[in-house]
Write a protein that binds this ligand. Structure first.
Ligand code: DGY
Length: 319
């Protein structure tokens, strides 16, 4: 019976569906990432691995699984954790979970954006610490979103969903993307501009690019210096797209008003000083974390595994 390793507890229906299809499911029955040695051991002889974004899928893991391995189904839309070439040369298919998490991630981007713009966390802290002395004309003044400029770095599925929400807030939209996006240019009257032109104009910069060698530290000290000191930076893409130490320095020096982050350079660790800054809102990588979305992702990884193991083209092939 082909064996499938699921490297973490998942919402239904992945495990149930795979068992029903007659596969042997080996579940790492915990919420935290398994130690590498456990992963290597449990992968041995598996036909499929269902992996999370925090697991490195490289030659070592693929070789530990060995020749029965036919598919790595990542429980994420991003697949920067996977060495695609190493999969290709071994004839192992790779799949991801696109589409189903677009709206949830766009919602969370807006949760961070609104929290950072209107200083929600600072206000909440004031109330909980009992230090609020009453209404003041100049207390916790934030950014007025109506009429402000939103700059999107990356206008694919999630970037476009963030832009659609921005239209409801009366924001002007600029974006940088390798290709023009008719969905944004037409109905949203967004404008595509190079990054160097976008940075100095925006009130809110929101990142929606995959992590690749080209996007690593795309936003570093030089780019941060081009932003207005009143600007906000939001990241729900991948942590290493921002040079986190440069971000801490910019926020500390008042060269940027605030940041809202869901992802970090070295998850689960934060850059030194980040957590001490009052003007950052920090979430623990929750972009896709709704009940509906995580269940849809679960169904998708099962469909992808079953597709490959049945000899069909998987619905969401990356490789
Ligand atoms: C992804 O899918 O890439 C998210 O970061 C986690 O759901």
């Amino acid at each position: 019976m082909p064996r499938v390793l699921i490297t973490r507890r998942l919402p239904p229906p992945a495990a149930e569906r795979l068992v029903q299809a007659g596969l042997t499911v080996d579940l790492v029955d915990q919420d935290d990432p398994p130690p590498r040695a456990v992963l290597l051991e449990r992968a041995r002889g598996c036909a499929a691995l269902i992996t999370m974004l925090s697991e490195r899928v490289d030659a070592e893991l693929l070789d530990a699984a060995g020749s029965p391995l036919r598919v790595v189904a990542n429980y994420a839309v991003g697949y920067n954790n996977i060495d695609l070439d190493a999969c290709r040369v071994r004839g192992v298919r790779v799949t991801n979970t696109p589409g189903v998490l677009t709206e949830a991630t766009a919602d969370l981007t807006w949760a961070l954006l609104l929290a950072a713009a209107r200083r929600v966390v600072e206000g909440d802290r004031l109330m909980r610490t009992g230090t609020w002395s009453g209404w003041q004309p100049q207390q916790l003044l934030g950014l007025e979103l109506h009429g402000a400029v939103l700059g999107l770095v990356g206008a694919g599925r999630i970037g476009a969903a963030v832009a659609r929400r921005a239209a409801g807030f009366g924001m002007r939209i600029l974006y940088t993307d390798p290709q023009p996006r008719a969905e944004l240019d037409g109905p949203l009257r967004a404008q595509r501009v190079p990054l160097s032109e976008l940075l100095p104009q925006v009130d809110v910069l929101s990142l929606h690019v995959p992590l690749t060698p080209q996007t690593r530290h795309l936003i570093g000290a030089r780019e941060l210096a081009q932003l207005k000191p009143t600007a906000l930076l939001i990241n729900t893409a991948r942590g290493p797209v921002i040079d986190e130490r440069a971000l801490v320095a910019a926020l500390r020096a008042g060269r940027l008003a605030a940041a809202g982050l869901d992802v970090y350079e070295e998850e689960p660790r934060l850059a030194p000083g980040l957590a001490e800054l009052p003007n950052v809102v920090l979430l623990p990588h929750l972009g896709s974390a709704t009940v509906t979305t995580r269940q849809r992702m679960s169904a998708m990884v099962a469909d992808n595994v079953l597709g490959v193991l049945d000899g069909r083209e998987p619905p969401n092939a990356v490789v």
